[in-house]
Design a protein around this ligand. Structure first.
Ligand SMILES: Cc1cc2nc3c(=O)[nH]c(=O)nc-3n(C[C@H](O)[C@H](O)[C@H](O)COP(=O)(O)O)c2cc1C
Length: 324
């Protein structure tokens, strides 16, 4: 009797997993089959030493990839049970998935799965149309379903207070030549399987912008096409901030992003206020919530863009290892 996942199941699910977001589109993950289980590993060769010295971003990205894996296996009728950080002696293994009882996928799983290839970071200005209450509720529910929270900032005062923290963090990061050089290394002017295509980087920042942009973009903005004056900002947080909490937050992030796509919403991420410890503390205190902020999202109605490239799936697979 077959008790484990097969190479084909791994390859199919990993094809969806690699569509997850990652810092600078580094795609810092590997997937392997070990003793019938699928394991997700941080790829140490794809860390960003200047931007992500502690590996937080890589664990968020691997958590997001793990959420896609879970969805892909569930829609194939072979859902998985997940154990996070299953081997204490191997901290780079962030998760192990083993087959659960086969069942039909739920409509929600099908809807989120079908959103995977349509999701991408939209760094362009959004339309000023407000995001309706039911869509906001769905986003917050998506975070809760993954044991995290999503705080949607309400009112100009809350958004401006956040923007001040974010701009401060942006200025701190921009002072580091290593940080700036690392970002530049991952901007792609010509087609490439990783990194941020210059055309996806959004318009160059201007003084009137409320939120700081990461600085991938060098695009001129069309006259009159400024960023929305009152962006919908959402802060995703997890109960704690251990390595496991960060993987949990990555899964919640992906569930929120796919829910946004499924609701016809565009989103981009801004993590400068998470990366600078003093800014993260300020953000946490300003929210008055228990737990740790793990990501900030800008959500709204955007003009259609296009998904960013990924490496071919076989580049991220380590095929069977059987222990003697
Ligand atoms: C941990 C993490 C931090 C990120 N921080 C930012 C950010 O500060 N600014 C930004 O524009 N995008 C940010 N992103 C989005 C990535 O740049 C994006 O996911 C990647 O380039 C792949 O593109 P895609 O989201 O369109 O698939 C972040 C993503 C992750 C996972």
């Amino acid at each position: 009797m077959e008790t484990g996942f097969t190479v084909e199941q791994l390859r199919t699910a990993a094809t969806d997993a690699v569509r997850a977001p990652s810092m600078h589109n580094t795609q810092p993950w590997r997937f392997r089959l070990r003793d019938g289980g699928i394991e997700v590993l941080v790829d140490a060769d794809r860390r960003l030493p200047a931007t992500d010295p502690n590996g937080w971003g890589a664990r968020i990205a691997c958590g997001a990839a793990l959420f896609n894996l879970r969805l892909a296996l569930a829609v194939a009728g072979t859902p998985a049970t997940v154990r996070l950080r299953p081997h204490p002696a191997e901290p780079d293994v962030v998760a192990r998935l083993v087959p659960d009882v086969p069942r039909h996928p739920t409509p929600a799983e099908r809807a989120l799965h079908s959103a995977i290839p349509r999701r991408y970071s939209n760094r362009a200005p959004f339309w000023p149309d407000p995001v309706p209450a039911d869509a906001r509720w769905r986003l917050a529910e998506a975070a809760r379903a993954e044991r995290c929270w999503l705080e949607l900032l309400v009112g100009v005062g809350a958004v401006n207070a956040f923007a001040e923290i974010a701009r401060g963090a942006h200025r701190v990061l921009e002072r580091s030549p290593e940080y700036r050089a690392e970002r530049q290394e991952w901007v792609r002017a010509t087609p490439a399987p990783d990194g941020v295509p210059a055309a996806s980087g959004g318009p160059r920042g201007e003084p009137q912008d409320v939120l700081p942009s990461r600085g991938f973009g060098g695009l001129d903005r069309a006259p009159g096409r400024d960023f929305e004056p009152e962006p919908l900002v959402a802060v995703l947080g997890s109960p704690g901030n251990t390595a496991v909490d960060q993987v949990v937050a990555g899964q919640a992030l992906q569930r929120v992003l796919l829910t946004a796509t499924d609701s016809g919403l565009a989103a981009s991420m801004l993590s400068q206020p998470i990366e600078v410890p003093s800014a993260r503390d300020q953000l946490r205190l300003s929210l008055g919530r228990f737990g740790t902020p793990q990501m900030v999202l800008r959500v709204g109605y955007g003009q259609p863009g296009w998904p960013t490239p990924r490496r071919v799936v076989d580049e991220v697979l380590d095929l069977p290892v059987t222990r003697s």
